[in-house]
Design a protein around this ligand. Structure first.
Ligand code: ADP
Ligand code: ASP
Ligand code: MG
Length: 617
C-alpha cells in the first residue's frame, strides 16, 4: 500500500462542485489501495481577498496579524473538503498546521518549515481516514503557538514537506493546467506540456516567475528525493514529473534549514572578454553573440551592465583555449557598433567621456568560484556571506552571476586557492560537487535535454542601480549584508566592467533586481551607505520585467544566447541587463514589452505545441 500526498490548489477547490469532484478523486485513490494525505489551499482567490481587506484598514499591517488573517482561508477549505469526503462515505479528518504540529521559524509571512511530527498523522491514517491538512501554515513553536504562514503560493511547500516527513511514496500537485508547460499558458496560449523536467531546471523556472510550483517545494523534493508530479485536477492525464538527483541523506529536523550550500566549485579554465561602450539599442547583443555563436565559441557567463549614458558594457567568459578567437571576433565587431551620430557626447558625470568606438578588454588570469546548493533559495544571507568571506581575505570580485541555486564570482586567478579555502570553511563543505550520476533516470533526462526546456516571465521585479561604488574588496559584502539583514532577496547582480576614477577613487556601478514589494525598503536601507561615499547615487526602476530561458541542454551548446537576443532584437526590444548561469539566461526589459518578449522567445526556440491550453477561470 502506497502513501500519497495530494495537494489541490485554489482553483481546484474554488466552488462546492469542485470540492466534491476533488473528494471523488481522493476516494478513487483510496479505493486503489493507497493511504492519502490531502493538502488544500484557500478557495479560489480567497487569499487575495483577505490581503485586500487588510490593505483597506492599514497600509502597513502587522505581519503577525496578516498571518492570523491569511491562515483562515485554508481552514475553510479543509473543513469543507473533509465534509465532502465524509458525505460520500470516506472517513476523513481535517487538521490545521498547528494541530499537525508543523513547526516553522518565527518569521511571520515568510516562515520556513523546521519540523513536522508524524505521529498524529500516522495514527489517523492507521484508522483508515484521509487526513486533510491546511496548506501554507504552521506554528512558531509548541510553547508560543504563534500562527505563521510560508509566503504566497506556499501550499505546494507544505505538501512536499509533509511527503518528506512521512516518507511518502509520491507527492502529487493538482492544479488548473495539465502540468508544467513550456511557458505560462495565460501569456503564451500555445505553450506545450512537458512530460518530465529536472529539479534544477524547475527550480530556475519557478524562481524566475513560473508560479505553477513554489520554488521551495522543488527545493525540498530535490533535497529529500521526493517523487513530485504536477497534474490537472480535471483529467486523469499523467502530467509532468519533476526528476531529482539521488539525495544525500539529510536529517528531517530543520527541514527547510538544512545546509544552504552543498559544494564549492571552481573553474580556472575561463577567461574574460569585455566590450565597453557598446550602444544601448536593440540588436547589439544579438549581433555580437550571433557572430560568437557562428564561430562555435562556447560562452559561459554573460553580463550586460546597466545603462551608462547611452552605452552599455557587455562581458562574457569563454574557455581559455578559445580566448584568442573570441577576442578576434569581438575586436572585429567593435568598430561596427558605433554610437549614432548624436550620441557621442559626455556620459553625464563628466568623468568618462564616451568615445565613438567600443573597446575590447581581455583578462586571461581569472577564476570562477561558485557556491551551489538548493538550500540558498530565498535566503539572501547566503550570497552576502560569500561576499563577506571573500572580502575578509581581501579578494576583489570582478564579476558576479547569480541563479537561485548558485552564486558565482569571477576573481583574479592568484586569489583562487584562498577563495576556495575560505568558502569551504565558511560553509563547512568540500570543494567537490555532488555526484548526481547515481540516478540513471536523471542522467538520461539530462543527456537528452533540449537547449531550452521552458521560458518564464517575472513582472514583479524592480531594478536598483547604484552608481559610483568604490572599487575595493568588501563593497558587495556591505551592500548585500545590509539587504539580507532586512530579509530582502537579491537577484541578477551585475557589476559594470568599466572602472571610473572620481577624485582619484576608482568606482564601478552595480545593479541588481529585487521583488517590487521590497524595492523601497531596499533603497531606504542602502541610502545611508551610498550617501557616505560622497558620489554615490541610487535609483529604483519598477517598470521592468525579467524574461528568462531555462534548459540543462544549453551547457556546451553555442548560439543559444544569440538566438534569444536575436528574437528580442527582431521585436525592437532593448535589453537593459543580461545575466546567465549554466542553465539559464535572463534579460531585463521594459515592462510594457515583456509579454511580446516572452512570446517571441518562446516561438524562437520552437517550443509551441499544436493545441491551445485552456485555463479555467
Ligand atoms: P494553484 O492554485 O493550483 O496552486 P497557481 O495559480 O499557483 O495554482 O499555479 C498554476 C498557474 O501557474 C497556472 O494557471 C498558470 O497560469 C501558471 N503558470 C506559470 N508558468 C507556468 C508553466 N510554466 N506551466 C504551467 N503553468 C504555469
Ligand atoms: N492560499 C495561499 C496563497 O494564495 C497559499 C497557496 O495557495 O499556495 O498564496
Ligand atoms: Mg500555487
Amino acid at each position: 500500500m502506497a502513501l500519497i500526498v495530494q495537494k489541490y490548489g485554489g482553483t481546484s477547490v474554488g466552488s462546492v462542485e469542485r470540492i466534491q469532484a476533488v473528494a471523488q478523486r481522493v476516494v478513487n485513490t483510496v479505493k486503489a489501495g493507497n493511504s492519502v494525505v490531502v493538502v488544500v489551499s484557500a478557495m479560489g482567490k480567497t487569499t487575495d481577498g483577505l490581503v485586500k481587506l487588510a490593505n483597506e484598514i492599514s497600509t502597513n499591517p502587522s505581519r503577525r496579524e496578516m498571518d492570523m488573517l491569511l491562515s483562515t482561508g485554508e481552514q475553510v477549505s479543509i473543513a469543507l473538503m473533509s465534509m465532502a469526503l465524509q458525505q460520500i462515505g470516506q472517513p476523513a479528518i481535517s487538521l490545521t498546521g498547528a494541530q499537525v504540529g508543523i513547526i516553522t521559524e518565527a518569521e511571520h509571512t515568510r516562515a520556513r518549515i523546521l519540523h513536522i511530527p508524524k505521529e498524529r498523522l500516522e495514527s489517523h491514517l492507521k484508522d483508515g481516514k484521509v487526513v486533510v491538512v491546511a496548506g501554507f501554515q504552521g506554528i512558531s513553536s509548541l510553547e508560543d503557538l504563534e500562527i505563521t504562514t510560508l509566503g504566497r503560493g506556499g501550499s505546494d511547500t507544505s505538501a512536499v514537506a509533509l511527503a518528506a516527513a512521512l516518507q511518502a511514496d509520491c507527492c502529487e500537485i493538482y492544479t488548473d493546467v495539465p502540468g508544467i508547460l513550456t511557458a505560462d499558458p495565460r501569456i503564451v496560449p500555445d505553450a506545450c506540456l512537458m512530460s518530465e523536467i529536472t529539479s534544477d531546471e524547475m527550480l530556475e523556472l519557478a524562481s524566475l516567475g513560473a508560479k505553477v510550483l513554489h520554488p521551495r517545494a522543488v527545493e525540498i523534493a530535490r533535497n529529500y528525493g521526493i517523487t513530485l508530479v504536477v497534474r490537472s485536477s480535471w483529467t486523469d492525464d499523467p502530467g509532468t514529473r519533476v526528476i531529482s538527483p539521488s539525495p544525500i541523506p539529510r536529517p528531517l529536523d530543520g527541514l527547510e534549514l538544512v545546509r544552504p550550500v552543498d559544494a564549492v566549485e571552481f573553474d580556472t579554465d575561463q577567461a574574460k572578454v569585455a566590450l565597453l561602450r557598446v550602444p544601448d539599442r536593440p540588436g547589439v547583443a544579438a549581433k555580437m553573440f550571433g557572430e560568437i555563436g557562428r564561430q562555435k565559441l562556447n560562452v559561459d557567463l554573460i553580463i550586460q551592465s546597466i545603462h551608462e549614458g547611452n552605452s552599455n558594457d557587455i562581458a562574457f567568459t569563454v574557455n581559455k583555449h578559445s580566448l584568442n578567437q573570441a577576442e578576434a571576433v569581438t575586436a572585429a565587431i567593435a568598430p561596427t557598433l558605433r554610437q549614432r551620430s548624436n550620441s557621442g557626447s559626455n556620459s553625464g558625470n563628466g568623468a568618462d567621456p564616451l568615445t565613438n568606438e567600443a573597446e575590447v578588454m581581455v583578462e586571461r588570469n581569472i577564476a570562477k568560484i561558485s557556491i551551489a546548493g538548493a538550500g540558498m533559495i530565498g535566503r539572501p544571507g547566503v550570497a552576502a556571506q560569500m561576499f563577506s568571506a571573500l572580502a575578509a581575505e581581501n579578494i576583489n570580485i570582478l564579476m558576479i552571476s547569480t541563479s537561485e541555486v548558485k552564486v558565482s564570482c569571477v576573481i583574479h586567478q592568484k586569489d583562487c586557492d584562498r577563495a576556495i579555502h575560505t568558502l569551504c570553511e565558511t560553509f563547512a563543505v568540500n570543494s567537490s560537487p555532488v555526484d548526481e550520476s547515481i540516478n540513471i533516470e536523471l542522467s538520461e533526462l539530462k543527456k537528452s535535454a533540449p537547449p531550452v526546456r521552458g521560458v518564464a516571465l517575472d513582472l514583479k521585479q524592480a531594478r536598483i542601480a547604484i552608481r559610483f561604488v568604490p572599487d575595493r574588496p568588501g563593497m558587495a559584502a556591505k551592500i548585500f549584508t545590509l539587504l539580507a539583514e532586512k530579509g530582502v532577496s537579491v537577484d541578477t547582480i551585475i557589476q559594470s566592467q568599466r572602472c571610473r576614477i572620481i577624485d582619484g577613487i576608482p568606482t564601478r556601478d552595480m545593479a541588481f533586481t529585487v521583488a517590487q514589494a521590497d524595492a523601497d525598503e531596499a533603497r531606504d536601507v542602502l541610502a545611508p551607505l551610498v550617501q557616505g561615499w560622497q558620489f554615490g547615487e541610487i535609483t529604483v526602476d519598477k517598470a521592468i520585467a525579467k524574461v528568462s530561458i531555462v534548459g540543462a541542454g544549453m551547457v556546451n551548446q553555442p548560439g543559444v544566447a544569440a538566438k534569444m537576443f536575436d528574437a528580442l532584437a527582431k521585436q525592437q526590444i532593448n535589453i537593459q541587463m543580461i545575466t546567465t548561469s549554466e542553465i539559464k539566461i535572463s534579460c531585463v526589459v521594459y515592462e510594457d514589452q515583456a509579454v511580446t518578449a516572452l512570446q517571441a522567445v518562446h516561438a524562437a526556440f520552437e517550443l509551441s505545441g499544436t493545441k491551445k491550453i485552456a485555463v479555467p477561470a
